[in-house]
Write a protein that binds this ligand. Sequence first.
Ligand SMILES: Nc1ncnc2c1ncn2[C@@H]1O[C@H](COP(=O)(O)OP(=O)(O)OP(=O)(O)O)[C@@H](O)[C@H]1O
Ligand SMILES: CC(C)(CO)[C@@H](O)C(=O)[O-]
Ligand code: BAL
Length: 283
Amino acid sequence: MQTITTVAELRRALANARRAGQRVGFVPTMGYLHEGHLALVEASRAQSDLTVLSIFVNPTQFGPNEDLSTYPRDLTRDEKLCHGADVAIVFAPDAREVYPARFETFVEPGDLAKPLCGAFRPGHFRGVATVVCKLFNMVQPNVAFFGQKDFQQCAVVRHMALDLDLPIEIVTVPTVREADGLAMSSRNRYLSGEERRRAGAISRGLFAAADKFRSGERDVEKLLAIAKGHLNEVDRLQYLELVDHDTLKAAESPLSHPAALCTAAYVGSTRLIDNVILALRTS
Ligand SMILES: Nc1ncnc2c1ncn2[C@@H]1O[C@H](COP(=O)(O)OP(=O)(O)OP(=O)(O)O)[C@@H](O)[C@H]1O
Ligand SMILES: CC(C)(CO)[C@@H](O)C(=O)[O-]
Ligand code: BAL
C-alpha cells in the first residue's frame, strides 16, 4: 500500500493499472476511519481489482460555524487500517492540492440538494459535489462507493454523475451500525458516555417506524409520530422527514412508492444523521 499526496503522483501510480485494464474502485472519505468505511472498501475489493481510498477533510462542504477545524484526523491510524483492508493507494492531498490559489469553479447540484441536510447546511452539497467531481477526475475510477448513512449525498452524487456524463458506476453500501443500532460515524467520537447512550434513540426511532411500515402502516404522519416518540432522548431534532426515495420530495399518504425516513439530530453539540429505507414489496 502507498500513500500519495499529489495528483501527478496519483496519475503515475494508476497509469500502469489502467494500461493493464484493471478495474479501479474508489472510496472517498474524510478519514478517521471506522467499520462503515471498511465496508465500502470491502465492497470495492469485491467489485474491482484495485482500491483507492481518499482522505480529505473538504473545507468547501463545511459552513462557517461547523466543525472543520475540530474534525477528527489520524492519518497514521487510517493508513494501518487501509493496509489491513487491502487498499492499494491512500490518496491524502492537502487543501492546496485540491483547491489551488484562484480556484473558482464549482459544481452546483439541483433540487436533490435542497431538502433535508441541504436546508440546514447551505452550500454543503455544492461543496460535496465539487470535491467528489474533482476526486473522480483525479482518480478516474470505474466504480465509486458511498454509504447509505449519507442518503442525500448518495442521491446528489448519483445525479451529478448522470447529469455530467461521468463514466463511473455509483454504488451505495448499507449503513454499518454499532450493537445498539447507532450508525457508525467519525463524529460519534465527540459524544460523552451519557450522550453516546442517548444517541441510540435515533436508530431506535427509525427502526420502530420501519417495523410499523413492514406490518402495513402506510400513513406518513403516523410513521413520523412513531419515530418521533423515541427521539425525545436527543437534545434537538433538526429534521425528521419521510421523503420519496428518488426525488427526496415529501412523501404522501398512503405510501405507494419507496420512501426514506431521514433524520438529523443533535446529541449534546454533536449533529448526527441517519435514515432507513421503506421499500414496498414489488411482488
Ligand atoms: N456507518 C456507515 N456505514 C456505511 N458507510 C458509511 C458509514 N459512515 C460513513 N459512511 C460512508 O463513508 C464515506 C465517507 O464518510 P465520512 O468520512 O464523512 O465518514 P462519516 O463517519 O460519515 O463522518 P461524519 O462523522 O462526518 O458523518 C461516505 O460515503 C459515508 O456515507
Ligand atoms: C464524499 C465526501 C468524502 C466528500 O468530501 C464526504 O462528504 C464524506 O465523507 O461523506
Ligand atoms: N459524511 C458527511 C460529511 C459531512 O458531514 O460533511
